[in-house]
Design a protein around this ligand. Structure first.
Ligand SMILES: Cc1ncc(COP(=O)(O)O)c(C=O)c1O
Length: 422
């Protein structure tokens, strides 16, 4: 039977995740894998979970197993509102932040509309935008170019050579370049642009963090052009060094949808996240969510409420940050030790990823099979570029790999690069 006629016009725009394809090709637990983006299982509050569950069942009884409000259970909305200092009416609970992205796409995008992003960009967001037939347009190098001269602090950007070079390559250029990038967009792209999508803290995939000047310039651009901003922020609480920078939402609450997630601070299996946004925007998202899933998982929401309100989340975060800080530092020192001249990498202040750039001309997609056979996995960087460029880059995750596999993994990577670099 020919099934093709049954598929909607959206189906050809659905995009397979190359990351998940990698998962299906090989048993990653058998090799040294820097590929996935999973949190470390040791950060899950396994010891607390039985008593947490018992408390929730005692406190909420059958309510915890019933349908709940589409906006999320009032207790969790209130707890999030308190934690982040926002009104409860501006909090919508989502079934994970991936749904947060998707619901924004669904509510704001018509086919042909434009979403502005910076490259490299989170794959799950690209999948969602494209599934609504939106055009994803990078603002060329805006990430670096919109920063004013005053801000040259280390924002995690790659350094040009091993161990040396300016702390923040590319930062410090004038805002007029952002204007130039904007003007360089086609008139249709400018007219049809709906929102800018950014991951300001510890970007997946690059690990970079936007400086205050970059955030301010982005907000100024959005205000001038009357665009919304979708601020995707699942890693914000995972900072291991440096000083927190205000969120985009704090700078522009009137036009920002701030997406949060419990995936990296509690456990991704709960599939819980939230959106903080102006009420009129949330109202439409609320209606849309009625059709999507009626309500986020109720038992999970009560567990998250109890976890947060009892102080267990903050206690657990202390361990989580310690764990990841150690892993990040280990990765950085291994890269320093093994990677040859001509390679560079980001030095993330938080999150789960860093970004490795190999000498010009190398191709991490072409190298991938060789790497897998040698026993090491990564995600090729070009998958995160809207145009598939930057084939000499790769994303490395440091949260999930067993620590004893880090050194052999980096050594294998370095051997492959050295062999090609001869
Ligand atoms: C930037 C970014 N946004 C959203 C998500 C989705 O997270 P979740 O749906 O588990 O909340 C991820 C997951 O890795 C991510 O890296």
């Amino acid at each position: 039977m020919d099934y093709t006629k049954f598929f909607s016009a959206d189906v050809p725009s659905l995009m397979r995740s190359p990351v998940r394809e990698i998962f299906s090709r090989v048993d990653l637990s058998a090799i040294c894998s820097f590929a996935g983006g999973y949190p470390a299982a040791v950060t899950f509050p396994m010891a607390e979970l039985p008593s947490l569950t018992a408390r929730v069942l005692e406190k909420y009884g059958t309510k915890a197993l019933q349908y709940g409000a589409t906006q999320g259970v009032p207790e969790l909305r209130a707890a999030i509102a308190r934690r982040y200092g926002v009104p409860v009416r501006e909090v919508q609970i989502t079934t994970s932040s991936q749904q947060g992205i998707d619901v924004c796409s669904r509510v704001f995008l018509d086919p042909g509309n434009v979403v502005l992003v910076h490259n490299p960009v989170y794959l799950g967001a690209l999948q969602s935008f494209r599934s609504y037939r939106a055009e994803v347009v990078p603002i060329d190098d805006w990430r670096h170019s919109i920063a004013g001269d005053r801000d040259v602090q280390d924002c995690g950007h790659p350094r040009p050579h091993k161990g040396e070079g300016p702390a923040a390559v590319g930062c410090g250029r004038g805002r007029s370049e952002a204007e130039a990038s904007w003007t360089a967009l086609s008139p249709a792209a400018r007219k049809d642009a709906k929102f800018i999508y950014v991951i300001p803290d510890f970007n997946n995939p690059s690990g970079e963090t936007m400086t205050l000047a970059e955030r301010e310039a982005l907000v100024a651009l959005a205000r001038e052009r009357d665009l919304l901003i979708v601020e995707d922020s699942p890693y914000r609480e995972l900072r291991y060094s440096g000083t927190p920078v205000p969120t985009i939402r704090e700078l522009a609450p009137e036009r920002t949808l701030h997406l949060g997630s419990f995936s990296k601070i509690f456990a991704p299996g709960f599939r819980l996240g939230w959106i903080i946004a102006p009420e009129p925007l949330l109202e439409q998202i609320y209606i849309c969510k009625q059709a999507l899933d009626l309500c986020p998982p109720v038992l999970d929401q009560y567990l998250a409420t109890e976890f947060l309100e009892s102080g267990a989340l903050d206690r657990n975060l202390v361990h989580t940050r310690e764990e990841y800080r150690r892993r990040r530092d280990k990765m950085l020192s291994l890269l320093e030790q093994y990677m040859p001249e001509g390679t560079s990498w980001t030095r993330p202040e938080g999150g789960l990823f860093l970004w490795l750039t190999l000498p010009e001309g190398m191709d991490t997609v072409a190298l991938y099979d060789e790497a897998l056979s040698a026993g090491v996995a990564y995600v090729a960087g070009s998958f995160f570029y809207t145009d598939g460029s930057h084939r000499n880059t790769m994303r490395l995750n440091f949260s999930f790999i067993a620590e004893e596999k880090m050194e052999p993994g980096i050594r294998l990577l370095s051997d492959i690069v050295r062999r090609r670099d001869l």
